[in-house]
Write a protein that binds this ligand. Structure first.
Ligand code: FE2
Ligand code: FE2
Length: 281
């Protein structure tokens, strides 16, 4: 039995970070920035939905799973706190979250039109994407190899914890009686929404940073193609692992990558502070 614990990365956000913090790579810096801008709103929604389903299950919920959900909530709360500080610096650099209102409306509509179980199926879809991204970063440390140390830390930490809690919402969904069809219909919706939101935000950041102007556009395009479609491009990981999710036998831990998260945690333990209780799972 392992535990799910919330940790705080020791980052002094008052120092800020460079506009092109990932070794001057415009495309990769802004891909990560776009994700950071999306996280706080999304993670608040995940927490609300998980709490709602737990309340609905009441005393029928397995205590181990209940502890795991508490660990999940603790981790997502600290992610939100850290990314809010990250995003405040982006704001001072002149960047804004152009999809904030769209996401707000989408979430309000989900609360109004969908059952708690369907909303949890949506959360499972997003959690699968964050697990893919987490595994990608833990497997390809060179992506952050030239990043400022604090930025490499926040993304490594977030990746490790997304990997650690990747099965919690999935197990909660199954415990609440969720099935294959709803999970996969929700995944299609999530794939569409995530692509739209990320794409819109990514191009707005590149545009705002003059990365699409004639003098820079070739560099931006080259970096972006290499990051997305290069030999270890993220698009291949998203595609292959997205297809895996469609299987009726899918479970997040079918991809046994716990050793990657443990090696990252051991190597970076001195820069993390544990908070709260441990939650067994
Ligand atoms: Fe997170
Ligand atoms: Fe997560």
């Amino acid at each position: 039995m392992t535990t799910i614990s919330a940790r705080i990365p020791q980052i002094d956000w008052s120092q800020g970070f460079d506009r092109h913090w990932n070794g001057g790579n415009l495309a990769v810096t802004h891909a990560f920035n776009a994700l950071s801008l999306l996280f706080p709103q999304a993670e608040r929604f995940f927490i609300e939905v998980a709490r709602e389903v737990v309340r609905g299950l009441g005393s029928t919920l397995n205590p181990d799973l209940e502890r795991a959900v508490k660990g999940f909530i603790a981790q997502e709360s600290t992610h939100t706190q850290q990314h809010n500080q990250y995003n405040a610096i982006l704001k001072t650099q002149g960047f804004e979250n152009v999809v904030y209102d769209f996401v707000q409306r989408l979430q309000e509509r989900s609360h109004r039109d969908f059952s708690p179980l369907t909303k949890l199926a949506i959360v499972c879809g997003y959690e699968h994407y964050t697990a893919i991204l987490g595994n990608y970063i833990l497997t390809n440390p060179q992506v952050l190899g030239s990043a400022e140390p604090d930025m490499a830390l926040i993304w490594g930490w977030h990746s490790a914890e997304e990997t650690e809690h990747k099965a919690v919402c999935f197990d909660l969904y199954r415990a609440a009686g969720g099935g294959w069809l709803r999970r996969n219909l929700a995944f299609l919706l999530v794939t569409l929404n995530f692509s739209l939101m990320f794409g819109r935000l990514y191009f707005s950041l590149l545009y705002r940073d003059d990365c699409l102007k004639p003098l820079r556009v070739v560099k931006t395009l080259r970096e972006s193609l290499s990051f997305h479609f290069g030999a270890s491009g993220i698009a291949w990981h998203l595609l292959w692992n997205g297809v895996r999710y469609l299987s009726p036998w899918f479970h997040p831990w079918n991809q046994a990558n716990r050793s990657k998260l443990q090696s990252w945690l051991s190597a970076n333990q001195f820069r993390l502070r544990k908070v709260g209780d441990d939650h067994e799972r």
